[in-house]
Design a binder for this molecule. Structure first.
Ligand SMILES: C[S@@+](CC[C@H](N)C(=O)[O-])C[C@H]1O[C@@H](n2cnc3c(N)ncnc32)[C@H](O)[C@@H]1O
Ligand code: SF4
Ligand code: SF4
Length: 377
C-alpha cells in the first residue's frame, strides 16, 4: 500500500483495517510508550521493570514508526505501559499515530486534568480506558498502592467524558478480575453507566508477577459475566471473550494469534509477538523494514502453543476470526458507539445505593476533589 504524509480519513482507515484483517495481516498493536509508572499495583510489576530506565522515542519517532506500520494497513493501536500519561507529550503521540491508525489509551487516570483530557480528545484519541478494579476506594487504593487512586480515576472518567469532541470517542472503565472483586463488577457497571461510560473486564494474568495469588478462584465466572452483559448495555466486552473466562482459569484458551493478528512494540521500539514476550524481541521498529518485521513475527508465532493469558486485546482480536463473528465483534473494538446510554435517571441515588457501606467518596454523582496529582516527571 502506498501512503503519503496526509492523514487518512476515518472511513478510509476503517476500510484499510478491514483489508488488513482480510489479508490476515496484524490488526492490533500494543505500543508501550513507557515502562515508568507512578503506581505500585500488587498485581503488576511494570513499576519496577528495568525497561523503565530505557531511553524513549520522540514524537517524531512515533510519527515515522506509525507511517512505516501503515504499509501493513490501518491498525488499532493501544497506547499503554507503564503509565502512558507520564509522557507529557502523549497527546502529540496520539495525534501522530492517529494520522494512519486508530489510537486508544489505557491509563490509571492519575494525571488526567481538564487540560490533559481536552488535549487527548482534540488529538483524536479513539477511546480512553481508565483502570478501576473495585467499587470501593479503600480496596482499589490498597491494591494499586496509592491513596486517592480511586477518586482520581473516577474524576478522570468524568473529565474525559466531558472533553469528548467527536461522538465516536469512547470513555471506558477497565477492571482486572482478581481473587476478590467478582462481586464488585455490578457496582462498577452501575457507576460507569451513571457517567455515560463503557465497561470492560479482563482476567488477572499471572505472567506479570509469576504468582497465581490474585487469580479469581471462586467458581465459574463466565455465566455471571454474560448475565451482567445482558443487563447492562454499557458492558462492552465481547460475549465470546467473556464466555471463555473459565476456560482461561481452567488451563488456558488455546489458539493464540500473537504475532499474526496482534503484536507488541516496546518503549524502545523492540517488537515481540506479545507484551509477555518482550524479553525475546524479533525486530525493532526503527531498525527493520516492515517486510522483515512481518516475516519475523510470523515465524516467531509459528508453533506457539502458549495459553497463559486471556487479556482483553487477545480475546477481542481473536473473536474477530471466528466464523461469522466479525459483525458481532468489530463494534466492540471500533465502531462509533459514542457515549454510553445513561441507564440511571438519577445516577446519584444509584451510586449512593452502591455505596451503602458508607465508603462513598461520591457526592451527588460527582467526585469530590481529591488530592491534586503530582505532574509527570
Ligand atoms: C499494564 S496497564 C498500563 C496502563 C496503566 N498504567 C493502567 O494501569 O491502566 C494496562 C492494563 O493492564 C491491567 N493489568 C495490570 N496488571 C495486570 C495483570 N497482571 N493481569 C491482567 N491485567 C493487568 C491494568 O489494570 C490496565 O488495565
Ligand atoms: S497496572 Fe498500570 S498503574 Fe499499575 S503498576 Fe502496572 S502499569 Fe502501573
Ligand atoms: S497466550 Fe501467551 S503468547 Fe499469547 S498473548 Fe498471551 S502470553 Fe502472549
Amino acid at each position: 500500500m502506498n501512503i503519503d504524509h496526509r492523514p487518512i480519513r476515518a472511513t478510509d482507515k476503517k476500510w484499510r483495517l478491514f483489508r488488513a484483517w482480510a489479508a490476515r495481516h496484524p490488526i492490533w498493536c500494543a505500543w508501550q510508550v513507557t515502562y515508568r509508572c507512578n503506581f505500585r499495583c500488587r498485581f503488576c510489576q511494570y513499576w519496577h521493570d528495568p525497561m523503565g530506565r530505557s531511553a524513549e522515542p520522540t514524537v517524531a519517532d512515533y510519527a515515522s514508526g506509525a507511517k512505516k506500520l501503515a504499509s501493513l494497513g490501518t491498525l488499532l493501536v493501544s497506547l499503554a505501559g507503564g503509565e502512558p500519561l507520564l509522557r507529557a507529550d502523549l497527546p502529540q503521540i496520539v495525534e501522530a499515530i492517529g494520522r494512519f491508525h486508530f489510537p486508544f489509551v489505557t491509563t490509571n487516570g492519575w494525571f488526567v486534568t481538564p487540560v490533559v483530557a481536552r488535549d487527548l480528545m482534540r488529538a483524536g484519541v479513539w477511546g480512553v480506558s481508565v483502570s478501576i478494579d473495585y467499587a470501593r476506594s479503600d480496596r482499589h487504593d490498597a491494591r494499586r498502592g496509592i491513596e486517592g487512586a480511586w477518586e482520581q480515576a473516577w474524576r478522570a472518567v468524568e473529565l474525559l467524558s466531558a472533553a469528548r469532541v467527536h461522538k465516536w470517542q469512547r470513555v471506558n472503565v477497565i477492571a482486572v478480575l482478581m481473587d476478590d472483586n467478582a462481586d464488585d463488577l455490578e457496582g462498577l457497571l452501575e457507576m460507569t453507566a451513571a457517567r455515560g461510560a463503557y465497561f470492560m473486564v479482563q482476567p488477572y494474568g499471572r505472567l506479570k508477577t509469576g504468582s497465581r495469588a490474585y487469580e479469581h478462584n471462586d467458581g465459574p465466572v463466565a455465566p455471571r459475566l454474560l448475565e451482567l452483559r445482558r443487563r447492562w448495555p454499557n458492558f462492552l466486552s465481547n460475549p465470546y471473550y467473556l464466555s471463555r473466562f473459565d476456560d482461561h482459569l481452567d488451563g488456558g484458551v488455546s489458539g493464540c494469534r500473537a504475532g499474526r493478528s496482534f503484536f507488541n512494540i516496546d518503549s524502545t521500539g523492540d517488537i515481540a509477538i506479545c507484551v509477555e514476550r518482550r524479553s525475546v524481541p524479533v525486530a525493532n521498529l526503527y531498525r527493520h523494514n516492515v517486510g522483515t518485521i512481518l516475516r519475523r513475527l510470523r515465524s516467531a508465532s509459528a508453533g506457539n502453543v502458549c495459553a497463559e493469558c486471556w487479556y482483553n486485546c487477545r480475546g477481542e482480536v481473536e473473536s474477530l476470526y471466528r466464523p461469522g463473528s466479525l459483525l458481532e465483534s468489530l463494534p466492540t473494538l471500533l465502531f462509533d458507539r459514542g457515549m454510553a446510554r445513561r441507564r440511571n435517571a438519577k445516577p446519584e441515588e444509584k451510586v449512593r445505593h452502591a455505596f451503602a457501606s458508607g465508603d462513598s467518596a461520591l457526592y451527588n454523582g460527582r467526585i469530590k476533589v481529591g488530592p491534586v496529582p503530582t505532574g509527570p516527571e
